[in-house]
Design a protein around this ligand. Structure first.
Ligand SMILES: Cc1ncc(COP(=O)(O)O)c(C=O)c1O
Length: 404
């Protein structure tokens, strides 16, 4: 029975803690027992932040840039963000059309919190990044999950979008390259979705471009507002430095969108964090304005790892994995493992059972696909050195072979 003074906000009480963080906690608990766990569960690059970015942060501290900044971010950073949107995405925006938040996650949360009311619907194509439906629900709205299976490349089709839109739809969330599948929408695919959206002027679109720079095989990245400029006045294009510059801990994300929305997000942020860390903002400025070779180098590394992982996973009995076009995740079907029993005697009935057994019996941490809205799959983050990745794949293979 809940004690009265412990009564929570109803939306929070109904929310689920992040499945990826839950797995990270399990890994920590298992490591504390002395087990040598290889974790393929975290969604962050394994590289260090580029040195010139770290130096800029140290300079910022030494130069006294240690005070509150404007709520929406330092003007110099917002100018650099506007220049980035122009240079890389063909979006003609001014610095006033941008906002800086504490991580890409907060850009999304602020946008949803600023606009959603009870009864509103948010279309979330599945598999999805775990936070989208939870955030919608935290804001009192209803996530409308649209399943996009392997048969459609884990991507939303125009037909499925048309069917999901109702008069209550407030947002559609798009994410390319995708976490957890690595799927990348082509220009033509985005144009086809845009065609549907043009017929429904009440729908806002959140384009989560955080993995923009991780597209493989020379495939060019496109974002919705670039492909269909008529949607620009109702699209929030969100991005950040976390994945592109290995800056997950610095907590800087940014977005561009219509003025009314950015104003509302700024108002919210002004009562909440007062803005992102001044030091991190100086670091992000250096990342956006400095040499960009880091992006190219990390894309090459991830592409080589992707090739290796897909090959190793597809040589594992019971697993099957399509070739992801971007990000640093492989989304492997584990259907072939269900109904089997592990050496420790666990009957594998779901992808969550598979993920837990892999941790307990093979010392490899992955996240189950159902946590992302589509099972039976496991998401394997390959943001680790090749040696560890090979070891992890071998442990997964031995585990799969040992099943009865
Ligand atoms: C799809 C997606 N969007 C947004 C984010 C959040 O990025 P940030 O660390 O900048 O908050 C992540 C991080 O895992 C992500 O995977």
């Amino acid at each position: 029975m809940t004690v009265e003074h412990q009564r929570l906000n109803a939306n929070l009480a109904n929310a689920q803690p992040s499945a990826t963080y839950r797995m990270m906690d399990r890994v920590a608990a298992r490591r504390a027992t002395g087990a040598k766990v290889i974790s393929l569960s975290a969604g962050e690059p394994d590289f260090d932040t580029p040195v010139h970015v770290c130096d800029a942060a140290i300079d910022a501290i030494r130069s006294g840039h240690t005070r509150y900044t404007q709520v929406a971010g330092l003007r110099a950073l917002r100018e650099a963000i506007a220049a980035k949107f122009k240079r890389e995405n063909g979006l003609d925006v001014a610095w006033q059309d941008t906002i800086v938040c504490s991580g890409g996650k907060q850009v999304i949360y602020n946008a949803l919190a600023a606009t959603l009311n009870a009864g509103d619907e948010v279309i979330v194509p599945a598999p999805y990044w775990v936070s989208y439906p939870e955030m919608a629900q935290l804001c009192g709205a209803t996530p409308v999950v649209v399943e996009c299976g392997a048969d459609v490349g884990f991507k939303l089709t125009p037909e499925a979008l048309e069917k999901a839109i109702t008069p209550r739809t407030r947002w559609l969330i798009l994410n390319s390259p995708s976490n957890p599948t690595g799927a990348v929408y082509s220009r033509a695919e985005l144009a086809a979705l845009a065609q549907v959206l043009l017929g429904h002027p009440h729908v806002l679109v959140l384009s989560d471009d955080i993995y923009e720079h991780l597209t493989f095989d020379g495939e060019q990245f496109f974002t919705l507002a670039q492909v269909e400029p008529r949607l620009k006045d109702r699209t929030l294009t969100m991005n950040g430095v976390s994945k592109a510059y290995a800056m997950t801990g610095w907590r800087i994300g940014f977005g561009t969108g219509p003025a009314w929305l950015l104003d509302a997000m700024e108002k919210l942020q002004g009562q909440q964090t007062s803005g992102a860390s001044s030091i991190s903002q100086h670091a992000a400025l250096a990342a956006l304005q400095g040499p960009q070779d880091f992006i190219h180098a990390s894309r090459q590394v991830f592409q080589a790892r992707r090739d290796m992982m897909v090959e190793l996973l597809n040589n594992t009995p019971g697993l099957g994995c399509a070739v992801p076009g971007g990000a640093f995740y492989a989304f492997a079907s584990c259907e072939g493992l269900l109904g089997k029993t592990t050496p420790a005697g666990t009957l594998l009935q779901s992808d969550e059972d598979v993920a837990l057994a892999l941790l307990e019996e093979a010392n490899v941490a992955v996240v189950h696909g159902s946590a992302f809205g589509l099972g039976p799959y496991i998401r394997i983050a390959y943001a680790l050195d090749n040696d560890s990745l090979r070891k992890a794949c071998e442990a997964i293979r031995q585990f799969c072979v040992s099943l009865k």
